[in-house]
Design a protein around this ligand. Sequence first.
Ligand SMILES: [Zn+2]
Length: 170
Amino acid sequence: MKVPREVGKHTRDKVYSENDPYLPPKGKGLVDVSICKDCTAVYHNKKWFLDAKLYEQKKKLKDINWVTCPACKKTKENVPNGVVTLKGDFLKEHKQEIMNLIRNEDERAKNYNPLKRIMKINEKGGEIEILTTSAKLAQRIGSILFKAYNGEVEYKKHDNAKFMRVEWRR
Ligand SMILES: [Zn+2]
């Protein structure tokens, strides 16, 4: 059996979401209340919420600023901040279970911050590629898979940590 490896893990505290061109500059937030017309995320008190009840309540207001939220903008323009690639025979045998774990993490991340989410999942030739709007979420998916299933995981930071490429294989 191979010894589990988690390459580059020491960099995990150095991922910043600052300088993200899709986020408004500091102190220049959006108008309260703004709502994303694509995913119904609500911007209120300087934070984004993905909450069906809050959306139902806020969309009845008169002065709503309808926008496309930064996460939907990235998705439309296909500009991910993280790419996680999954490979290996173990993946093929446990695909459903692994994908459930990843989808749960996506839900958790979105509840915490709606701008951090999985944009797209591509499958090609036994490999799975997950695009995320957040470098940190990509890193977290790698870390969760390693914790749950061992295998090998590698993290590569690019562009001042705005972009993270993660590969997990088993
Ligand atoms: Zn949106």
